[in-house]
Design a protein around this ligand. Structure first.
Ligand SMILES: [Zn+2]
Length: 248
């Protein structure tokens, strides 16, 4: 009787060990698969590596005939590079600004032609908005944008499929780095949003096209850029950030 009880006990222990081993193997394999896909294969990015003190400034919706020029002047003063996600319809209007951006070493990203909500668009519209803007930029500056940011950060499976088929990553922004500067929330608010949580690899979202009589973004940049330089951050374009992040 005692032997039978011992055997049952042994069997019970073995079963527990087997279950534990199974759980451990599942835990071990599952996160690895996720990390690999984030690091190398994912089509949508919102930040870069945390292992280097790098940061990417991005400006959406331009070019704007006044604010983009003022921002370019500030970037030139500090000798730093940024990425401009331009609208095809604004690039058509201000081609000289696109040329200057390229000449001064900034990256041009595609932000659609007319700022449509791609989540509500047909596949045909998505393709047209993307390709038309690629062609406009090429006709102005002889380069094709290598990064795409959907308006409002809105995308779906169709957007990923269409944009990825051109081998172009979809680039959003680091979620806590949205100062809503397009709404002119005040210089202090923009500065605070950017600086209070800043971390390595952040993609910071600004707007060079503001539909207002003044832009708080320009004044905020005069505080943000020297502060980030003081903290030791290196400014890189989005493509540079993605390349650095892939290599590590
Ligand atoms: Zn936009």
């Amino acid at each position: 009787m005692r032997r039978l009880a011992n055997d049952i006990h042994k069997l019970f222990n073995m079963a527990i060990v087997a279950i534990l081993l199974l759980i451990i193997s599942i835990i071990n394999s599952y996160p690895k698969a996720i990390y690999v896909s984030i690091d190398t294969n994912q089509a949508v990015f919102s930040k870069g590596t945390k292992k280097q003190k790098v940061i990417a400034l991005s400006f959406d919706d331009g070019p704007h005939p006044k604010y983009t020029i003022e921002i370019l002047d500030i970037l030139k003063e500090y000798d730093i590079k940024a990425t401009f996600f331009v609208l095809g319809m604004h690039a058509e209007k201000y081609p000289e600004i696109i040329k200057r951006q390229v000449e001064e070493g900034h990256e041009i990203g595609n932000h659609s032609y007319s700022h449509i909500n791609m989540r509500k668009a047909t596949k045909k519209q998505i393709r047209e908005e993307f390709e038309k803007t690629q062609e406009i930029i090429y006709s102005i500056a002889k380069i094709r944008p290598k990064v795409f940011r959907p308006p409002y950060g809105n995308y779906n499976r169709d957007v990923i499929e269409i944009i990825s088929s051109d081998d172009i990553p979809i680039v959003l922004w680091t979620f806590y780095q949205d100062s809503k500067d397009w709404s002119n929330p005040g210089v202090d608010s923009i500065v605070n949003t950017t600086l209070s949580k800043v971390q390595n690899g952040d993609i910071i979202l600004f707007h060079d096209y503001v539909y207002k009589n003044e832009s708080h973004t320009v004044e905020a940049l005069k505080i943000i850029i020297p502060e980030l330089l003081n903290k030791g951050y290196k400014f890189v374009t989005i493509s540079e950030l993605l390349n650095i992040s892939r290599d590590i």
